[in-house]
Design a protein around this ligand. Structure first.
Ligand code: FES
Length: 320
C-alpha cells in the first residue's frame, strides 16, 4: 500500500483548555481546505524526527477549513505530548497524515451513548457533532477528575446539543458520578455505546456494559495507546530483501529480532497505533495485534505491523 500523502498545516490557534490540556487548531498552509473527515477519525502528527503521535479530531466534521485537537500533556510522555506543550506555538508549520477512522459511528442507531473520560472527550465530541447533524438521539457523558481538568467546557456549554451533555466529576458528590448501573443497565438492540479515555475508565465502562449483557457489536472503543500483548508461539520470518531467515521467539517482536540482526525497521509508537512499521507480507498469514489497520485491511493480510504483530503460519515472508 502506498503511503498516503502528508498534509502541510500550520497552527492557527492554540488555547489552554484545562490543566495540562491545550487545543490546537490546524489549517492548511496553502489556504485551501483540508480533506473531509468522519466522526471518530484521528491523524498522525509528525512532532519531531522519529516522533509521530496520534490525536483524535474533535471538531464538527462539517468543517473543512480546520482540524481541532485536544492534547493532554502525558505524565509519562515519551517526548510527544511534552514537545507539543513546550514548543508548538501559533504560526508553526507541521506535517500530519490524512485522517483515518478506526472508531466509526453506527449512524442509523436509534440511540447512542457517548462516554468520554478525560482527554477521551476528543473523538466523543466529534461524534456528538455528527449525531447532532443527523438529528439522531444521543447522550454524552463526560467524566473528568475535576472542573479544572475538564477540557472544552466553554465549547460544551455553547454547543447546540448542550442539553445532551452530562458532566461527571471525580471530586464531586457521588450522586453525579458516571455509574454504569445507572446509565448502562438496560442494553437495547437499538442503542450503541462508544467510549474513549484512560485505561481504568475504559475498563470500568466496558466491564460494566458486559455485566449488564451488552454484546460486543454494540460497544465501541478507542484506545489512545494500545496495551498490546506481543507474545505468542515462536515462528520464522524470512526477510526477502535482506536475505535472512530468523526465528522470532515467544517473547520477542519481529522488529526487535530484525533490528538485532541489523535490518533497518522504521519505528515510532512501537504500540501498533501509528503504522510507521507497516510492511508488505509476501507469504504466510499475519496475526494482527495492531490498532492501526482497519478490519478490512487486516482481512487482506497483505501487510502487517512489525512492532507488535506475529504470524499465524510457521513461516512468514516479508518485503524487508
Ligand atoms: Fe507504530 Fe509499529 S511503530 S505501529
Amino acid at each position: 500500500m502506498a503511503t498516503p500523502e502528508l498534509l502541510e498545516v500550520k497552527i492557527a490557534r492554540r488555547l489552554d483548555e484545562a490543566e495540562g490540556i491545550v487545543s490546537l487548531e490546524l489549517v492548511s498552509v496553502s489556504g485551501t481546505g483540508l480533506p473531509a473527515f468522519e466522526a471518530g477519525s484521528h491523524v498522525d502528527i509528525h512532532i519531531a524526527p522519529g516522533i509521530i503521535r496520534q490525536y483524535s479530531l474533535c471538531n464538527d466534521p462539517r468543517e473543512t477549513h480546520r482540524y481541532l485537537f485536544g492534547i493532554l500533556r502525558e505524565p509519562q510522555s515519551r517526548g510527544g505530548s511534552s514537545a507539543i506543550h513546550e514548543g508548538f506555538s501559533e504560526g508553526r508549520t507541521l506535517r500530519i497524515s490524512q485522517p483515518r477512522n478506526n472508531f466509526k459511528l453506527k449512524e442509523n442507531a436509534r440511540h447512542s451513548i457517548l462516554a468520554g473520560g478525560g482527554i477521551g472527550i476528543t473523538p466523543i465530541l466529534c461524534m456528538a457533532w455528527r449525531l447532532q447533524t443527523l438529528g439522531a438521539s444521543f447522550e454524552l457523558h463526560y467524566c473528568a477528575r475535576s472542573l479544572e481538568r475538564a477540557a472544552f467546557m466553554n465549547t460544551l456549554k455553547a454547543v447546540p446539543f448542550a442539553d445532551a451533555v452530562f458532566l461527571h466529576l471525580d471530586d464531586g458528590p457521588d450522586s453525579q458520578r458516571f455509574a454504569v448501573d445507572r446509565y448502562l443497565a438496560k442494553p437495547d438492540p437499538g442503542t450503541q455505546l462508544y467510549t474513549c479515555g484512560p485505561g481504568g475508565f475504559m475498563e470500568y465502562v466496558i466491564s460494566g456494559a458486559k455485566r449488564f449483557g451488552w454484546d460486543d457489536g454494540h460497544v465501541h472503543v478507542e484506545y489512545f495507546s494500545a496495551s498490546v500483548d506481543t507474545t505468542g508461539a515462536a515462528f520464522t520470518v524470512r526477510a526477502a530483501r535482506s536475505g535472512l531467515s530468523l526465528t522470532i521467539p515467544a517473547d520477542k517482536t519481529i522488529a526487535e529480532v530484525l533490528l538485532a540482526n541489523h535490518v533497518e525497521v522504521p519505528l515510532s509508537c512501537e504500540q501498533g497505533v501509528c503504522g510507521t512499521c507497516l510492511t508488505r507480507v509476501l507469504e504466510g498469514l499475519p496475526d494482527h495485534r495492531d490498532g492501526y489497520q482497519t478490519d478490512e485491511e487486516k482481512a487482506a493480510n497483505n501487510q502487517m505491523t512489525l512492532c507488535c504483530s506475529r504470524a499465524r503460519t510457521a513461516v512468514i515472508v516479508l518485503d524487508i
